[in-house]
Design a protein around this ligand. Sequence first.
Ligand SMILES: Cc1cc2nc3c(=O)[nH]c(=O)nc-3n(C[C@H](O)[C@H](O)[C@H](O)COP(=O)(O)O)c2cc1C
Length: 364
Amino acid sequence: MSSTSLTASAMRIGAIELPNRLFVAPMAGVTDRPFRQLCKQLGAGYAVSEMVTSRKDLWHSLKTSRRANHEGETAPIAVQIAGTDATMMAEAAAYNIDRGAQVIDINMGCPAKKVCNKWAGSALMQDEPLALQIVEAVVAACLPHKVPVTLKMRTGWSQAHRNAVRIARAAEQAGVAMLTVHGRTREQGYTGQAEYDTIAAVKDAVRVPVVANGDITSPEKALAVLRHTGADAIMVGRAAQGRPWIFGDIAHYLATGAHRAPPQTEQVKRWLLAHLEDHYGLYGEFAGVRTARKHIGWAVRALPGGERFRAHMNTLDSCAAQVQAVTDYFDALSLTHDRLPVTASGPAGGDGMQEAHEAACVAN
Ligand SMILES: Cc1cc2nc3c(=O)[nH]c(=O)nc-3n(C[C@H](O)[C@H](O)[C@H](O)COP(=O)(O)O)c2cc1C
């Protein structure tokens, strides 16, 4: 596969055509509407919402209603649903379609011990009949609305039970329009390295588009994973945290074989300030200032004085003070660095990933 053929032809989910094959991964507590929109603006062709619970009693909670807010988001609007009961999942799909979802994604990839206090996410891979029942019920609920259903999963339950290929075939048979595979088992959580052989095997086994995910942190890695798996698209999660322009970097590399220059410091400041404004608009001042801290922290973590700045910024508790601090930091940096001095900051994985993920997933 040549690098240009990877970007030349259109990619579709059902009848929906996407601008490219570079996706941002759903990350609970991270890929809210402002961050998804920023990634799309900077080169991601597709973004899936953070998971929304299938539990009706939580649909009106502040957290779930924020997650279901798609105001101003560039189409297609893709909503991920999580749960363990087929009827509830079908109802959740219909509910989200009523609120603007154009694609429904089923979460069988989340390693959290409990999603909404029940075994769900990738735990479903251990119960193939239930997994299939859920897929069939969600497809049946979406069909009358002509809304495609997609599935995100891991390579299997454990090293000894890598059943992604079997689940992929059954899901395709049941009408799923696209499959995303994170190259780890559920048992692995975020430890070890993602492997891409199972993703390649899934791609060989089905005709619907397959998306490769896991540990893609650079344009070279993106190309290598596309080549190794033959996947139709790639999905980037942690490497986009604080570096949402990675999608544009990858697109440039796939198209030209060369790296583009790091972004200008002044430009990064403008992106971050616009992101903050959108973020405060969704969360309000109290929650907005606090939840913005992680985004700012990721943005500066690999930059000169970044750690010191992050510690200071975490003590500020108004939008105005946070905006001023970010402005001052980047203004000072641009005096010495016209362009960002460091662009490579791999996934913030390792210790604590599982805990952070679970905290974001459980408390709906
Ligand atoms: C903080 C965090 C939250 C996540 N939340 C979700 C989620 O809601 N749904 C899901 O399918 N995967 C979720 N994931 C998994 C990612 O979508 C992705 O599969 C994983 O991070 C591997 O990709 P990466 O190596 O590019 O980060 C989450 C990951 C992280 C780090």
